[in-house]
Each structure stands twice: as structure tokens, then as C-alpha cells.
Ligand binder design. Structure first.
Ligand code: DGJ
Length: 744
């Protein structure tokens, strides 16, 4: 797992598991990029990849030298204004008004392990031997400032992480107008860009477009990573598919405004950049200060999109998520939100909890409406004190009663928000993010607390910690239900107002850090109106996330399929809810609702006391199935087989395979029934070709090689002849197959 440095050529060669990343110090002492892709053998010199040639109309760096132009040189961390006309990785405004810089290679350091990022979530190692880090220092003499580039490669993964630290050692103040985390120039532009886009209730739909000359980008300006765009893009070769071909993934470990930009220039060079969105951003870097950017995780796959996803799943499940719950089987939960909304009291909650216990559920989660006087969404956010009208014995009293029933107890918070009808707002009207003398826009009647101010974060910490200390609370659902507007802070001077939104995210991270540290046994689940902040930054603190407020099984196929591009099943919160579904009004069977929700961290979100006896029996069996298989589902290797975004979206299937390939679960879903169709089959992946498998519900045994080539023969759909009997019928149908090794 080496990072090789060739002093003669001043070349760096990062060799991850099956990928190579090569760059060098150029004539101007800046860093030039040479190659990123499939692993190639090391050699004494890669100077032939450093292509330089006189070009008409290029601006050149040195007098008398008509060759050296940054206009066509591929670079590692480019700046604007010195012959490169593409958008840069950073821009620093100096006191004299200049934005021109010259950061030259000064030194580097290669060491085992991976340093922590100051105040930011990031991937980590448990043993230094797991990874190697290259730290490169670039220095600008004129402004006595330094840029440190960090690269880490993991021993067993095709991962390269990158982040950047800007350090001001001078006597003047600098303004960072742009401070991205990574930049990389590819040889050509023969790529498609894949992104996960959507909106509330239809998050992370897969969109693909061919790269064009010019800039194409996705971004967030909403104060969270957003459901509109997830902080992720992939570049794939046009012939790459789910399971073969070259794909490069870029995932940003950050929960706020971001930019993921791809610029194809006039030589078809493709520049990919990722970082904090420079739009509406500026950071005053006073002398002696430094600014650490969040981390970008780059993944190379020559096994298609699925290969990329498996690498992200592996890394994010084991070396991004942290804490006690990282490796633990997650409890089957019931959440009362869709069951009662705001309309509950202790009696009702205990009724639901008791019925849930009988079904095999392990954790009861009390959602919104337990505090202040919150009977609807117009009041009480910020007053994290129990509403005794509804819960006379308080949270502790209720939680104990639920524990006595044999269930753990979990609680909903929305820590970042305040309602104007609340004690908190009355006492501290200036605590919301706002701009003086300007209108204060709201979202869902609520306002955003200014988490860029430490005293506000402290106040919320104390309120939450008191409830968690009093306990017994073993789970927290951390919600966030609006995007941010009129961004301004009373706590910062005029020249720092463009820092507010990043400082807000740092404040949020600090609150998460303190709470997860003080309450290591509590399982945190993040949420933002469902999946409006489903990102790697959140995953660092909360190992699971509420994926979407849309609980309809058919809508969930697309949402969970798209989410799985980056995020492991152990992070994908998925619940069975009532029908007609509350978001789209669709009726689907309890089977299908369960069959979709199994592929995540499983739960129920309905009033189980309202269910028929036969439904309860079914739920009991679903829970038995999930408990038996959750280890496999949460930790297994995930394969997407049929995409809801292709071929009209009628069929979706996916499967999860245990590491030893001895246990497999397949989910197969059909939206609309087709009369008298062809004989369908499903080509499986990831099995051991020599293993002989049994499949639940099917006679006989099957070898892995047959299942991965000829495929699994599926039940027929209705062919017009009733008497054959053996067909699956009706819309919104689904099947689960469990494969185990055949008994000898
Ligand atoms: C939005 C969440 O996504 C829902 O699950 C629920 O917790 C509501 N907020 C409560 O207000």
C-alpha cells in the first residue's frame, strides 16, 4: 500500500488497492496532475505523461518560454489568474486587492495513519497500518501563507481521501473567497456524470448526463446538503454499467452548502472539483489562523457503479460511522409519527407500545409533539421540556413504563429550530439566523437557531443533555425541517457575515460531537424532513438516517435504490407504514411494504393497535424474518440487479450477500402486472459459483454458476389459464428469496 515519491522527477505515485494516482512538481513548482485510474506499475519516471507543447493563443508563464502554460497543463490544486482560465480550486483576496497567488511546493511528509480533521467529520482509521497519508506543503513567499494538501489511501480499498488546510503565517489579513477540498484534471471528457437529485419525498433519484464542453455542476445553497442534490457525483465511462466498466466517485463529507463541478475545457480535459460552495462564502483568515476544508472521498471502480457503491458502503459503514452502534444490530423500531401525528397522550402511547412488544418490536420512538405545548407545527420548538398535559409523568416516567413493557425508548428532537410561539424565542429573539431590519422568512412556521454562536449551541446542549441524563432514553431522532434564509448572525462582525453558514455547520457538528461523546450508548438517527440532509457528514455522528418522509413502498424503490449508490444499508432507515399511504395515497400489500423496508434499518410507522389480527400475524413473521437476517442485511455486500430508473421502471431488484457467500437475500419488485408476459428470470451476482444453494419456496438446488449466468427462474405472471395456479398476481407485487447452502 505504498505512496511512492521519486525525488529526481519530483513525482508522487499513490497506489491504492487497484488504482493509481500520479502527480508531480512542475517547472513552476506547482503541482501537475498526471494520471488517476486503474493501477499501473511503478516506474522510474512518468515524465512522458507530462505533456507540454507550444500552443497558439496560450498565455505563457515565463518570458522567452512559449511552452509552459497552465492553460493546458493538468493540475492538482489550480489557481486562477496565471494562464489557467478554468475555474480554480481556491481564491485568496489580499489586502492590496490582489487575488494572484503563487503557492510552490515546499516539502512533503508521508506517514502511516490518517490525521483527524479539526472540528469536522471524516473517515478515520483504527490502526495506523490501515492507511497511509501524504501531506504536501505549498508556500507563497509573498503572502507568507501555506496550503497543505492531504491525501490518504486505505490499504484494502480503492479510496483516496483529500482535504486542504489554508494557513496564514503573514502579517496581513487574507480573505478566502473560494476554498475547495479537491480538484483533479482528467485526460479526456468521454464520461457521463451521475448525480442523485430530487426533492422532499423523492430524494436521491439517479440522473445521468453526458459531459459537454463547459461547466456542469450540482450544488446546494440551502444551508443543508439538501434533498435537491446529494453531495456526490460519479463520472462513468459511457460503456460502464452497474457491474462493469470504469467509474470515479466523489463524495463530500459535509452537511452544508456544497459545489460539485465538472468543467470540460477546449482540449476536452475534464476538471472535477468539490468543496464548500463558494457562492455566498467568504472566510476572513487573520494572521496566524488556518482554515480546514471538509474531506472528499474519491473512489475508483473498474467494476461499474455497483463496484463503486460497495467501496463506499465498506468505508462508510466501518470507517465513517462510529461509536458503539456502528457494528451492532439495529433494533426493530416503531415510530408513532404517522400513527398519531401530534394527537397522543400517555395512554395512547402505552397502548401502541404494548401492542408493539407483542409483535416483536424492540424500540419505541416518540416523535414530534411531546414538549412545550405543541399540538401542531406552529409552536414550542426550542422549549425542550415535556408537555405534562400529554405526558403527566414526564419523559422519564413514560420511558420507564415503556422499559417495563420490555421495549427501549427513543425520543425525537429538532435541536436547531425555534418557533416564535415559544419561551426560548420570547427570551432570545435575537438567537435566530436573520438580518436586521429584513423580513424573516419561515419554513413550516419555524426559524433556525444561530448555531454559529457557541452560547446558543451550549444552551441547546444543556437542554437536551438534561433529558438524556434523566433517561432512560436509548435512541434520538434528530430532525431538521427547513432550509435556511436571510443568513446573518448577531455574533459576527460585518466582515465575517459570509462565514455564518459554514460556522453554523461547525456548531451543529460540535453539538453532535458533545452529545455522542456524553451519551455513547444512545443510537442517533439523523433526519431532515426525511432525507434532506442524508450525507456522509451526518453519517459520522448518526449511523442511520431517516431516508425519506415518503414511506410508500413503490416510491421507496427509487429512493432506496438511489441512496444505495453511496450509503450502506445499515444507514438507510426504512419503515412499514399504513395504507392508503399518507404521501401518495397508494395501496400496497403489507408483504410488499415489508419486502421493501427490509433493505435498511427496519421499523414500523403506523398505529399497530388499529391492525387486524391477520395483519398482526404477518407483522410478527416479518419481524422474525428481519431479526434472523438483519446482520446479513446491515453488513452484507449489496448488489443492484434491476433499476427502477431504466426500462420504464417497472422492475426493481437487488440482493445482499454475506461475506462468506453462504447466505443471500434477494428482493424483487414489480410495479404493474403484465398479462401473459414472457418467462422472466433474474441474473444474480456475487455468489460462489461452486456453491450449491437452496432457495426458499423453490424445489431442488441450484449452483452459483447457473444462478449467475442462466439466472433464477421467476414465478410466472398471469397467463390466462387459472388452473396453473403458480403465478404472482396484481400490481405492486414483490418477492423475497433467501438462498442458503444446500444441506448435504
Ligand atoms: C419530519 C420527519 O421527517 C418526520 O419523520 C417527522 O419526524 C416530522 N418531521 C415531525 O415533525
Amino acid at each position: 500500500m505504498p505512496i511512492l515519491y521519486n525525488d529526481l522527477e519530483k513525482e508522487f505515485h499513490l497506489q491504492a488497492k487497484d488504482s493509481s494516482y500520479i502527480f508531480k512538481v512542475m517547472k513552476n513548482k506547482q503541482l501537475g496532475h498526471l494520471y488517476y485510474g486503474k493501477k499501473i506499475r511503478h516506474r522510474d519516471s512518468f515524465s512522458h505523461l507530462y505533456r507540454i507543447q507550444q500552443r497558439a493563443s496560450a498565455s505563457c508563464v515565463y518570458e522567452g518560454d512559449l511552452e509552459f502554460s497552465l492553460d493546458y497543463l493538468k493540475q492538482e490544486f489550480p489557481s486562477y489568474g496565471t494562464t489557467d482560465y478554468r475555474e480554480p480550486a481556491y481564491q485568496i483576496l489580499q489586502e492590496n486587492g490582489s487575488r494572484i497567488t503563487n503557492f510552490e511546493y515546499k516539502e512533503h511528509n508521508i506517514y502511516q495513519g490518517k490525521p483527524k480533521l479539526d472540528g469536522l467529520p471524516a473517515t478515520y482509521v483504527e490502526q495506523d497500518e490501515e492507511a497511509v497519508t501524504l501531506e504536501i506543503s505549498l508556500y507563497d513567499e509573498l503572502i507568507q501563507s501555506e496550503i497543505k494538501l492531504f491525501y490518504t489511501i486505505y490499504e484494502h480499498l480503492n479510496v483516496i481521501t483529500r482535504s486542504t488546510n489554508f494557513l496564514n503565517h503573514s502579517h496581513e489579513n487574507l480573505n478566502l473567497k473560494r476554498a475547495l477540498s479537491t480538484s483533479i484534471d482528467f485526460f479526456d471528457s468521454n464520461f457521463e456524470m451521475v448525480q442523485l437529485s430530487g426533492s422532499w419525498a423523492r430524494e436521491r433519484h439517479v440522473k445521468t448526463r453526458k459531459l459537454q464542453v463547459g461547466i456542469q455542476s450540482i450544488s446546494s445553497t440551502r444551508g443543508t446538503s439538501s434533498s435537491q442534490q446529494n453531495p456526490f457525483i460519479a463520472l462513468k465511462r459511457p460503456d460502464a454499467s452497474e457491474h462493469q466498466g470504469e467509474v470515479y466517485g466523489f463524495s463530500f463529507v459535509y452537511s452544508g452548502n456544497f459545489l460539485a463541478q465538472v468543467e470540460v475545457d477546449h482540449y476536452d480535459v475534464t476538471r472535477v472539483m468539490m468543496g464548500i460552495n463558494p457562492f455566498d462564502f467568504n472566510w476572513l483568515l487573520e494572521k496566524g489562523q488556518h482554515f480546514q476544508t471538509p474531506e472528499v472521498v474519491m473512489v475508483y471502480s473498474d467494476k461499474g457503479l455497483n463496484g463503486m457503491s460497495q467501496t463506499y458502503h465498506n468505508l462508510y459503514r466501518t470507517r465513517l460511522a462510529k461509536g458503539k452502534w456502528r457494528d451492532k444490530e439495529r433494533p426493530v423500531l416503531i415510530n408513532n409519527w404517522e400513527g398519531t401525528y401530534f394527537d397522543f397522550n400517555e395512554e395512547k402511547i402505552l397502548e401502541i407500545a404494548k401492542a408493539s412488544k407483542d409483535l416483536g418490536i424492540e424500540l419505541f420512538v416518540l416523535d414530534d409533539g411531546w414538549f412545550g405545548e405543541r399540538d401542531d407545527d406552529t409552536t414550542s420548538l426550542g422549549d425542550w421540556v415535556v408537555d405534562k398535559r400529554k405526558l403527566p409523568d414526564g419523559i422519564t416516567g413514560l420511558a420507564k413504563k415503556i422499559n417495563e413493557l420490555g421495549l427501549d425508548f427513543g425520543l425525537w428532537f429538532e435541536p436547531e429550530m425555534v418557533s416564535k410561539v415559544s419561551k426560548l424565542y420570547k427570551e432570545h429573539p435575537d438567537w435566530i439566523i436573520h438580518v436586521d431590519n429584513r423580513r424573516q422568512s419561515h419554513g413550516r412556521n419555524q426559524y433556525v437557531l444561530d448555531f454559529s454562536r457557541k452560547e446558543i449551541v451550549n444552551h441547546i446542549y444543556e437542554m437536551m443533555a438534561k433529558i438524556l441524563r434523566d433517561g432512560p432514553v436509548s435512541y434520538v431522532k434528530w430532525d431538521m425541517n427547513r432550509y435556511i434564509t436571510e443568513i446573518g448572525s448577531q455574533g459576527l462582525p460585518a466582515e465575517r457575515q459570509s462565514e455564518v453558514i459554514h460556522r453554523y455547520i461547525l456548531g451543529l457538528y460540535s453539538l453532535y460531537e458533545r452529545l455522542t461523546t456524553e451519551f455513547p450508548n444512545v443510537l442517533f438517527e439523523s433526519c431532515a424532513s426525511g432525507g434532506c440532509r442524508f450525507d456522509p457528514g451526518m453519517l459520522y455522528y448518526a449511523p442511520q438516517a431517516w431516508t425519506s418522509d415518503d414511506t410508500d413502498a413503490i416510491e421507496r424503490l427509487k429512493i432506496q435504490y438511489g441512496t444505495s449508490f453511496v450509503y450502506p444499508l445499515s444507514s438507510i432507515g426504512a419503515h412499514v407504514s399504513a395504507v392508503p399511504n399518507h404521501q401518495v395515497g397508494r395501496n400496497t400489500s403489507l408483504d410488499t411494504r415489508g419486502n421493501v423496508a427490509y433493505f435498511g434499518t427496519y421499523g414500523y410507522e403506523l398505529d399497530v393497535t388499529d391492525m387486524l389480527e391477520e395483519e398482526k400475524e404477518k407483522v410478527k413473521n416479518q419481524i422474525i424474518f428481519y431479526k434472523e437476517n438483519r446482520k446479513l442485511i446491515q453488513n452484507g455486500i449489496f448488489y443492484r440487479l434491476q433499476s427502477p430508473f431504466e426500462d420504464g421502471g417497472n422492475l426493481t431488484s437487488w440482493m445482499v450477500v454475506s461475506e462468506d457467500q453462504k447466505e443471500i437475500i434477494i428482493g424483487h419488485y414489480r410495479v404493474l402486472v403484465r398479462p401473459n408476459p414472457d418467462f422472466s428470470r433474474l441474473i444474480l451476482k456475487g455468489l460462489n459459483k461452486d456453491y450449491e444453494y437452496e432457495i426458499n419456496g423453490l424445489k431442488g438446488t441450484f449452483y452459483g454458476d447457473e444462478l449467475m449466468t442462466v439466472g433464477l427462474q421467476l414465478k410466472n405472471e398471469f397467463s390466462g389459464v387459472e388452473s396453473t395456479g403458480n403465478y404472482s398476481f396484481g400490481d405492486f407485487n414483490s418477492q423475497i428469496f433467501k438462498l442458503t447452502l444446500a444441506k448435504p
